[in-house]
Design a protein around this ligand. Structure first.
Ligand code: SF4
Length: 199
């Protein structure tokens, strides 16, 4: 389709990207922002966690909602395309390296003075929890697939490798987030993923 309909080029427009097979909410906006420098809210599990804490004062993200999560991040983006794209990269990196699921490094965080959760004294999460499901296609299965990837490698793996474990980006991100929260997966300082103690 890129060759036939888009002149051998990857489109920059989110709606055009979304019309391509296999391109979902996350990927379309990531390509627009990071490949083309466009203003587009890019929401992964790390971004959701930073927004939940810094903006909403909640220690955890709760169940994902595409509509709400995209609107949350959209509201934070600078108007200028290039600055917005840079902001998106920074937000994702902050969640991966500083505002981690289990051990947020608030003393090193540039948002520490403005973070609602930190200012509130880091209260325990009391919001809605993730619903229970049957096994096939469930979060339990996806968590197992993600762990299988990590067990099958000698060291930390990058996000792109984990992304191959399950095609549904939203569920995959949620499961990865829960594994990080539960301490079954750890993130390295450079943003890779590993089983505990394998870093
Ligand atoms: S101050 Fe702490 S909780 Fe708040 S965004 Fe930074 S690392 Fe996360």
């Amino acid at each position: 389709m890129l060759a036939a309909e888009h002149g051998d080029a990857v489109p920059a427009d989110v709606d055009t990207l979304l019309a391509l097979p296999g391109i979902g909410t996350y990927t379309a906006r990531a390509v627009a922002a990071f490949a083309h420098g466009r203003r587009a809210p890019v929401v992964d599990t790390n971004v959701r966690r930073v927004v939940a804490r810094a903006v909403h004062g909640a220690g955890d993200t709760g169940p994902p909602s595409n509509t709400r999560d995209l609107a949350d991040v959209e509201a934070l983006l600078p108007e200028d395309d290039a600055r917005a794209a840079r902001f998106s990269a920074a937000l994702m990196e902050l969640g991966a390296v500083v505002c981690t699921a289990r051990n947020p490094r608030c003393a090193d965080c540039p948002l520490v003075d403005a973070c609602a959760w930190h200012r509130a004294g880091k209260p325990a999460y009391t919001g809605p929890t993730r619903p229970t499901q049957r096994y096939s296609g469930t979060d339990r299965q996806v968590r197992g697939l993600l762990l299988d990837v990590l067990r099958g490698t000698d060291g930390p793996v990058d996000k792109a490798t984990l992304d191959l474990a399950w095609p549904k980006a939203g569920q995959r991100e949620e499961c990865l987030d829960s594994l990080l929260t539960d301490g079954l997966v750890e993130q390295t300082p450079d943003g890779h993923f590993a089983l505990p103690g394998e870093q």
